[in-house]
Design a protein around this ligand. Structure first.
Ligand SMILES: [Zn+2]
Length: 470
């Protein structure tokens, strides 16, 4: 066999030039390992990629190593399993627990979408089929195996993975992949990198030594100003309460809801905002909240040590858990002031659509956007000041106040990414900048190249690189 044939390679099967669909395929003479297995989300042209045949036969992949549970990193797993992947999925305990909530829900949503397309004739395919079903998702969970942080585990013959704390959401890891061979190669995948000031999670662990780093760039062209953003959040609530309005926060079910609740309860405790009723209207967010509470109660190493099990960091005493669809619909009949947190975070679906449709036409109300709003989503349209937004089959006028609070993002900004890269003991041979819209990825690449003088590249979709020669 020639040297070329056995050279280890990496291929960017997603999140290259875009912010979703994280999938990185490592191939060695002994086998293939996929790091992350995400769904493409946002613009239709991207979502259609979910339907393309997987670039290689999933049966030929030995293992999947998962950085964290968010669907743009994990959401393709049920489809991969349905198309023949038979190996293990290596993840941390937190990722495993959250995927048990997120993946079946994703399958359920796929089925609902297919159903909707069939009822309304909105599909070119007759009948429209889901990408995968809830049953597929449940079956894929059997492949999961979970491991502690900072422990070297074998993913495939001669390929080892180590999870290190990423501080992004519970269970989120930066993954170090070590490939044995004539030249041992160390690849570091940032997954989604958290922030030093997450109110619940400890900050990312320092970067270990690596030959190649694959870094996310969601906010590669931004700087978060936490104090200013928190002030915006506080003032928006005070203003809305004075108007007797309702505050709607479209929120990612996992982690963001916990971050918002912990800020809210602190603001109420410090009497900086009135103690208004807070409704969490998302069964998934409530299930994730339980996982976070369990991690705090268990004294998990991921949790900030100052948070103890006795004082609930999420409860402002006015917290109401909304579980059934009837309870959710009944919320629309209540008048303000009150605050509703509901999924999905980019208003692409879920119960928040009913709340937005009911409340956005009234100028007394406020929509607070707290996370990244991908191009092509309703969240982005609202953020960009659209006068009306289509949801539930009709155009809803946006008269409510719209406030953007980027500080609640759980992605590092440019300076924080650079700061984390600097913790690496030596420069890598190459940095691949992924998981960002093109301007954000390019801005981070430029910052790495000029500030750190490292070799940094934004890879192309489906690009293949060799890992042995530099
Ligand atoms: Zn994430």
């Amino acid at each position: 066999m020639s040297a070329v044939a056995v050279a280890p390679t990496m291929r960017f099967l997603g999140a290259a030039g875009t912010v979703t669909g994280s999938r990185f395929l490592i191939a060695t003479a002994a086998g293939r390992v996929l790091v992350d297995c995400g769904l493409f989300q946002g613009l239709k042209e991207l979502r259609l990629r979910n339907w393309d045949a997987f670039p290689i036969d999933p049966a030929g992949i030995g293992a999947v190593v998962l950085t964290h549970a968010h669907l743009d990193h994990s959401g393709y797993i049920p489809a991969l399993c349905r198309h023949g992947f038979a190996g293990p999925i290596l993840a941390t305990e937190g990722t495993n627990a959250l995927c048990r909530i997120l993946l079946p829900d994703s399958g359920h949503l796929q089925e609902e979408e297919a159903d909707y397309a069939n009822r309304t004739g909105h599909s070119k395919h007759v009948p429209a089929l889901p990408l995968y079903s809830e049953e597929d998702a449940l079956a894929s969970l059997k492949h999961f195996a979970h491991f502690p942080f900072d422990t070297r585990v074998e993913a495939a013959p001669g390929v080892h993975a180590t999870f290190r704390r990423a501080g992004h959401i519970l269970g989120a890891a930066v993954v170090l992949i070590e490939i044995e061979g004539a030249r041992r190669r160390r690849l570091l995948f940032s997954g989604d990198l958290g922030r030093p000031h997450h109110p619940i999670l400890r900050p990312p662990a320092a970067a270990p030594e690596a030959d190649v780093i694959v870094i996310e760039s969601t906010y590669g062209d931004r700087k978060h100003d936490d104090d200013a953003s928190l002030k915006l959040f506080e003032e928006a609530i005070v203003r809305t309460v004075a108007r007797g309005g309702v505050i709607i926060i479209p929120s990612f079910a996992v982690d963001r809801t916990e971050v918002i609740l912990s800020h809210l309860s602190r603001l109420i405790r410090e009497a900086r905002i009135p103690a208004i009723p807070v409704y969490v209207d998302s069964p998934m967010a409530l299930a994730a909240l339980k996982v976070y509470k369990a991690a705090i109660a268990a004294g998990s190493d991921e949790i900030r040590p100052e948070l103890s099990a006795e004082a609930d960091p999420f409860d402002s005493t006015r917290l109401n858990e909304v579980r059934t669809a009837d309870e959710s619909i009944a919320l629309s009949l209540l008048s303000g002031p009150m605050l509703i947190i509901s999924a999905s975070g980019m208003a692409t679906g879920g119960r928040v659509l009913h709340h937005l449709a009911a409340r956005m036409p009234d100028a007394r109300n406020t929509v607070i956007l707290v996370g990244y709003q991908a191009e092509g989503t309703r969240g982005r349209l609202i953020l960009d000041g659209a006068g009306s937004v289509k949801m539930l089959g009709r155009y809803v006028p946006v008269r409510a106040e719209v406030v953007n609070v980027p500080a609640f993002s759980v992605h590092a900004d440019q300076a924080e990414v650079i700061g984390w890269l600097k913790t690496a003991p030596r420069p890598p041979e190459a940095v691949y900048v992924v998981h960002g819209d093109p301007p954000a990825a390019e801005a981070l690449r430029y910052a790495i190249a000029t500030q750190l003088k490292w070799n940094a590249v934004v890879p192309r979709h489906l690009e293949l690189v060799r890992l042995d020669l530099y």
